[in-house]
Design a protein around this ligand. Structure first.
Ligand SMILES: C[S@@+](CC[C@H](N)C(=O)[O-])C[C@H]1O[C@@H](n2cnc3c(N)ncnc32)[C@H](O)[C@@H]1O
Length: 492
């Protein structure tokens, strides 16, 4: 477990707009920042939720690239403020706005602090390019790297050489040991001490010098590291197995996107692979350093930071994203979400989640639905199409998959589930109950849950009569009951 920072609270997820949340952090306190904001594009416009209701509400937020840049600029100003001089900042985006983002970041972080434009190949070639297309396939994301103006942490990474390179550059195989090596020139163009001596009857070519002293050459000779050309010129045996590999460059094509079968996949289209975040964190931070992701989605950067023994802070405006990543940290990192644990330097906490009735009335409807479904231990519906008008499902413990239809989607193949209907309204009336009853009959469910701020007496009477008529149970739950956590017995 990494040491807690004395400077600021870490292992905390803040729920809220990062512009507000960042203002609470002191200057120059973060070693590494990674952000992957919603892009200014239809494909990626914040599809944390996929093609859902949230997408619609985001649709008009950035009607132009300029508006997107103006949304990002003050956030980047705050991020530059909290970054240490020795820190690094990574901004993940794609072709839609990357050129405008670069100009804005040069202004905010300083052109001289720009280090790299990393190209991450995020998908394989598109084979479905339409006939008559006027463009090449767009298969990469752009990740800009800036540093804070001082000497930033950088741990160079080496990749294994590719086979073609090995065969063309390390052509020789040592007899007896089978070690591959290349022959390196032992002369240099600058004199360095006694470097014009004669070695076994030869001297360096005209205008050149030996790269090593006579003693060093003697040591090489006795280690068996010298080979000689026909003319008697010594050459150095550079063994492949002593080389670190090929230094990582700025084109990354060795980290695959998450495929539909990936174990780490949570089902959110914008989730980035852990390997990508691990590379960034290992390259630009050391153990115990503080990593910040201010648009942290389902928490990939936080999980990578935790696994690599870094301190971390996450911010996301979506309460559901905050809950999803909290669950991920509990499941994957085996971290406890517990205030008293956290006060003792262990575990983590989520701050500023909406938790009062007043706050819950004010959040967008899709967030409210997700909040209610997740609070009941259910799974929110990803799409509003084909969900028969319900907002989520609870799978009771012990549900068994049916044989058919396993390919259909995450848990769709399990037939044992209860529907959840959520209405962000003061008083749910009889017509809403009638609609839910019809949906339950269509779905052939025996039990379902209805969440609202309150229910009219007509609505409650109808729930009762429905049970007498059809033997189908609808459990009405108020937000207050969920907040008071008095629902456990009613869910059983
Ligand atoms: C592209 S996703 C990040 C995905 C993440 N890299 C991962 O691997 O899971 C962008 C996230 O930014 C969040 N977001 C959008 N606007 C925000 C804001 N103003 N403050 C904080 N978070 C915001 C969205 O809720 C979404 O979860």
């Amino acid at each position: 477990m990494a040491k807690p920072s004395s400077l600021l609270d870490t292992r905390v997820i803040y729920c809220g707009d990062n512009l507000e949340q960042l203002k609470k952090l002191p200057d120059a306190c973060i070693d590494l920042i990674y952000i992957d904001p919603p892009f200014n594009s239809n494909r990626n416009y914040e599809v944390f939720w996929g093609e859902t209701k949230e997408k619609r509400s985001f649709d008009d937020r950035h009607e132009s690239t300029q508006a997107y840049i103006e949304f990002m600029r003050p956030r980047c100003v705050e991020l530059a403020r909290v970054l240490k001089k020795t820190g690094s900042f990574y901004y993940h985006c794609d072709w839609h706005a990357s050129h405008y983002v670069k100009v804005m970041l040069d202004q905010v972080f300083g052109e001289d602090n720009f280090q790299n434009e990393i190209v991450w190949k995020r998908s394989s070639a598109h084979s479905d390019t339409k006939q008559g297309a006027t463009q090449f396939g767009r298969i990469h994301d752009v990740i800009f790297l800036y540093t804070g103006g001082g000497e930033a942490t950088f741990n160079a990474k080496y990749l294994p050489y590719d086979q073609g390179y090995i065969e063309s550059h390390y052509r020789h195989i040592e007899e007896g040991t089978g070690r591959r090596y290349r022959k390196d020139n032992l002369t240099a163009n600058k004199p360095g001490g006694d470097t014009s001596y004669e070695w076994k009857g030869v001297r360096p070519y005209k205008g050149r010098y030996w790269a090593f002293s006579k003693e060093k050459m003697g040591a090489f000779e006795s280690e068996g590291r010298l080979v000689y050309t026909r003319s008697g010129m010594p050459e150095f045996k550079r063994y492949l197995d002593e080389m670190p590999g090929c230094p990582l460059q700025d084109v990354w094509d060795d980290i695959a996107p998450l495929n539909s079968q990936a174990r780490e996949r949570l089902g959110y289209p914008t989730q980035k692979p852990l390997a990508l975040l691990e590379r960034i964190i290992q390259s630009s931070s050391n153990e115990n350093d503080i990593v910040l992701d201010a648009f942290c989605g389902c928490g990939t950067a936080l999980v990578a930071a935790q696994t690599l023994n870094r301190q971390w802070i996450g911010i996301d405006i979506s309460p559901t994203a905050c809950r999803v990543m909290a669950k991920r940290l509990r499941d994957v990192c085996k971290l406890r979400e517990d205030e008293s644990y956290w006060l003792h330097g262990k575990g983590f906490v989520v701050r500023d989640l909406p938790w009062t009735e007043k706050q819950l009335r004010a959040i967008p409807p899709f967030e409210f639905e997700n909040w209610a479904v997740i609070a009941l231990g259910g799974i929110p519906n990803k799409t509003q199409v084909g969900d028969m008008g319900i907002d989520g499902r609870i799978y009771p413990i012990g549900s068994e998959p049916t044989a058919a239809g396993k390919e259909a989607g995450q848990l769709d193949f399990m037939d044992d589930w209860y529907p959840i209907q959520v209405k962000q309204m003061d008083k749910t009336g009889r017509p809403d109950i009638d609609n839910f009853e019809a949906a339950m009959m269509r779905m052939k469910r025996k039990k379902g849950f209805f969440v609202s701020f309150d229910f009219s007496s007509d609505a409650l009477r109808e729930i009762d009569q429905f049970f007498r008529r059809e033997h189908i149970v609808i459990i009405p739950l108020t937000v207050r009951e969920i907040l008071d956590e008095t629902i456990a017995q009613r869910l059983a």
